[in-house]
Write a protein that binds this ligand. Structure first.
Ligand SMILES: *[C@@H]1O[C@H](CO)[C@@H](O)[C@H](O)[C@H]1NC(C)=O
Ligand SMILES: *[C@@H]1O[C@H](CO)[C@@H](O)[C@H](O)[C@H]1NC(C)=O
Length: 323
């Protein structure tokens, strides 16, 4: 996929100016380049995929736009952002909500084949998968200085991206608009929503019909997250009532850094219980890989799963014994 979109995307400026001029003279239902086929997928794609760039100052933001496979004219438009910071929107497209996924069966290396994803969010929504911040995926800056970024600046730039995108795609201006994101983009999403609402209040056009936002496993605040891990571990029975009570008292409900010798000791005991747990999803094996698995990697993950399962049991038994 990357090769087909990047080759057209990374044309030199003189060449790309010409189709843009044509578009502005004659208008078009499609502002990006339509991608009809992808390597690894047999035949034409069963959905409309466009890729393109929107300029925000000296930053060129790259997007994949999948038209809804349901009712594109009335289905919501979702701006979908991935975490990192620096993760490409292709991650969301392939691994999270998009209409295609890698074929992992008997994968032995080389170009993976692509399969339809029956539970894609694109069945009922138009999704813009965005490469952001600048430098992620195919998004780039035209000056070295503009590669410098931060969360607030990124949220401001994406706000401008959204309005310029709606200018490029006028037929989607009246659709309900949502922001969806995962992981680190949980930092950007509320700021972006606020920028959009303030822009609407200031009557910046086109209006963005923002209805809400979706955060999946969002990063929000490091201290809040760290302080939540211990009550969570307790509720999930990864640590005993006795240990929870002890650590709560000795650390005074503050687990970001230890404030006493007893707190240090109790935190060490907690860590011993949870160090082999997959922090992203406690029900998943610690060693599982999200990327295409080889047979060996899969076997290793099964072994790890078994080992960590046994360790949890041992840990629980230890604490039951202690009680
Ligand atoms: C998935 O990949 C395997 C191994 O390359 C292949 O044998 C199988 O036919 C593929 N499945 C589909 C549905 O394309
Ligand atoms: C630390 O823990 C020990 C053993 O549980 C206890 O006797 C002591 O009072 C605790 N110290 C403080 C400052 O709470």
């Amino acid at each position: 996929m990357a090769s087909s979109s990047s080759s057209s995307a990374k044309r030199n400026t003189a060449l790309s100016f010409f189709p843009l001029l044509l578009l502005s003279l004659f208008g078009s239902a499609f502002a990006g380049n339509i991608v009809k086929t992808l390597p690894g997928y047999p035949g034409p794609l069963p959905f409309t995929l466009e890729t393109g760039y929107i300029s925000v100052g000296e930053v060129e933001f790259f997007y994949y736009f999948v038209h809804s496979q349901g009712k594109p004219a009335s289905d919501p438009v979702l701006l979908y952002m991935n975490g990192g910071p620096g993760c490409t929107g292709l991650n969301g497209f392939i691994f999270q909500t998009g209409p295609l996924k890698f074929n992992l069966s008997d994968y032995t290396g080389g170009l993976p084949t692509l399969l339809n994803e029956p539970n894609a969010w694109t069945k009922t929504s138009n999704i813009i998968y965005l490469d952001a911040p600048v430098g992620a995926g195919f998004s780039y800056a035209t000056t070295a200085a503009s590669y410098s970024s931060d969360d607030s600046l990124t949220a401001q730039q994406i706000h401008i991206f959204v309005r310029k995108w709606l200018i490029e795609y006028p037929s989607f201006q009246s659709n309900p608009f949502f922001i969806a994101s995962d992981s680190y983009a949980g930092i950007i999403t509320p700021m972006l929503a606020q920028n959009i609402l303030q822009g609407n209040e200031a009557l910046i056009t086109p209006l963005v019909r923002l209805k809400g936002y979706v955060l999946s496993c969002p990063h929000t605040d490091t201290d809040v997250e760290t302080n939540s891990k211990i009550p969570f571990a307790h509720r999930m029975t990864l640590i005993s009532d006795a240990l929870y009570k002890a650590v709560k008292t000795s650390c005074n409900d503050y687990y970001v850094e230890s404030t006493s010798a007893n707190c240090t000791e109790d935190l060490a005991a907690v860590n011993e219980c949870i160090e082999l747990i997959n922090r992203q999803n406690i029900l998943e094996p610690y060693c599982a890989f999200l990327s295409p698995e080889s047979h060996e990697a899969f076997k290793i993950s099964i072994i790890c799963s078994w080992i960590y399962g046994s360790l949890i049991q041992a840990c629980k038994q230890l604490f039951m014994f202690a009680l």
